[in-house]
Write a protein that binds this ligand. Structure first.
Ligand SMILES: Cc1cc2nc3c(=O)[nH]c(=O)nc-3n(C[C@H](O)[C@H](O)[C@H](O)COP(=O)(O)OP(=O)(O)OC[C@H]3O[C@@H](n4cnc5c(N)ncnc54)[C@H](O)[C@@H]3O)c2cc1C
Length: 393
């Protein structure tokens, strides 16, 4: 897509978000999963009508075939609203689940699970994390087991047993991608939500509002799945997780850029109008310094995100760079949201403005897809061990 076409697309997404999506935000429904599903369905239908849905996918899949760099601007526009990514069919966990299914599912699995997901007819969940002492930051700690077994009719398959939590999307999902441990090592399975062995206990009440399908706590008990529920190869689960996370992290960065930009715009409007000590807030130097720091953070975060997107478009390996981007961008966006809260005083603490909600949406980004500390440990190790690392490039 050339620069002009991309600019026009961004303007169309911006209009859609401003005219149709932001007006539907209702802070009092932040944790109402049913309301979120119903609202998203209507907004997705409008996005389909305007030809804006699933823009990251190839045209043969109904998308616009955007490359990674083009996605930065488009996803940032969509990300300005809490409901934007869902409206465009590119919210987590469906968007990274779509990526995973495109990469490792067989054609038959894609027809069964991927096609309805792309069309927005169903939602999905992703279940890797377990409560302590199971897997969290350390992917080697998976405790949920998969063993070979037989179904009620004697058919061969797998029996899964374990305990997951923070399975985003689980309430109302049609199926989940589940990471478990088989004898061969970590492996991925698809579990349909109507499987009697997939027992959704609750949606964990969390800081994270407007989360599609909430964050489920699920027990897998004698959960039989047929052989065709195995995704990819046995024992390759951590390789697939790494692949998934590299793209997923970057999409989180893109969506977060939009949220942070919105927080800044709101704070700018506020300080330009509000007065204290005989002057507009915007005339106080400490206020100007906060505005400047946020401007620098947003600019840098966008550059870092765009650089990793460029590398992905070139087909480079981005393991190291995507880790650095995840740490820098998540922390920069949280700083911006925090300053916007400071600049807008009591209003920024209330649900009369989007600032409080933006802070709640952005804060978990420093934890999911790898906590900052875990990335820093890996970045430091790689930097010290890689003899051919060229820090001038
Ligand atoms: C909003 C949200 C959505 C999520 N969605 C999903 C989902 O869809 N599916 C899913 O499977 N999981 C999901 N998660 C879970 C997420 O992946 C985990 O929270 C994350 O992997 C960290 O694991 P943990 O919470 O068990 O933290 P722990 O592993 O207990 O770590 C706690 C803290 O310890 C510190 N720490 C850990 N290791 C190190 C280290 N090596 N060096 C220094 N410090 C360290 C870090 O500060 C870390 O934040 C989600 C989480 C959130 C908050």
């Amino acid at each position: 897509m050339d620069a002009l076409a991309l600019q026009q697309l961004c303007e169309r997404v911006r209009s859609f978000i401003d005219e149709c999506v932001i007006p539907r935000e209702d802070m009092s429904r932040a944790h109402d999963i049913g309301w979120l599903d119903a609202t998203t369905k209507e907004l997705r239908a409008e996005a389909d009508r305007r030809g804006l849905a699933v823009p990251q996918l190839a045209p043969r899949l109904g998308g616009l075939g955007l490359n990674w760099v083009s996605c930065v601007d488009v996803f940032a526009q969509a990300g300005r609203s809490f409901l934007g990514a869902g409206a465009l069919g590119c919210a987590a966990p469906d968007q990274p689940n779509i990526d995973t299914l495109l990469q490792i599912a067989t054609p038959a699995q894609q027809r069964r699970w991927l096609d309805p997901l792309i069309a927005g007819r169903v939602r999905s969940a992703f279940a890797m994390t377990e409560p302590a002492p199971g897997v969290g930051s350390d992917p080697r700690m998976i405790q949920t087991r998969a063993r070979r077994g037989r179904g009620p009719g004697g058919e061969p398959g797998w029996i899964l047993d374990g305990h997951k939590w923070f399975s985003s999307g689980a309430v109302g999902a049609a199926f989940a991608l589940v990471v478990v441990r088989a004898d061969e090592g970590p492996s991925w399975f698809v579990v349909d939500a109507d499987n009697p062995g997939w027992q959704l206990q609750r949606s964990v009440a969390s800081i994270d509002p407007f989360a599609y399908g909430g964050h489920g706590e699920v027990v897998l008990r004698d959960c039989f799945v047929a052989e065709d529920a195995l995704l990819g190869e046995l024992g390759q689960g951590l390789v697939y997780a790494q692949l998934r996370l590299e793209g997923a992290r970057l999409f989180h960065c893109m969506r977060g850029l939009g949220l942070a930009a919105r927080a800044m715009d709101f704070a700018h409007d506020y300080v330009l109008k509000r007065e204290s000590f005989g002057a507009r807030l915007s005339e106080h130097q400490q206020v100007q310094a906060m505005v400047a720091d946020s401007q620098i953070d947003l600019y840098s975060a966008r550059l870092v995100t765009t650089d990793v997107a460029l590398r992905l478009d070139r087909g480079d390996s981005i393991r190291h760079e995507s880790s650095m981007a995840k740490v820098f961008v998540s922390e920069a966006l949280c700083r911006i949201a925090d300053r916007a809260a400071q600049l807008t005083g009591a209003l920024g603490m209330s649900d009369d403005a989007p600032i409080a909600m933006i802070n709640r949406k952005l804060r978990p980004f420093r934890i999911y897809d790898g906590a900052s500390e875990v990335h820093r440990a890996a970045i430091g190790k790689r930097a010290l061990m890689r003899t051919n690392l060229d820090n001038t490039r």
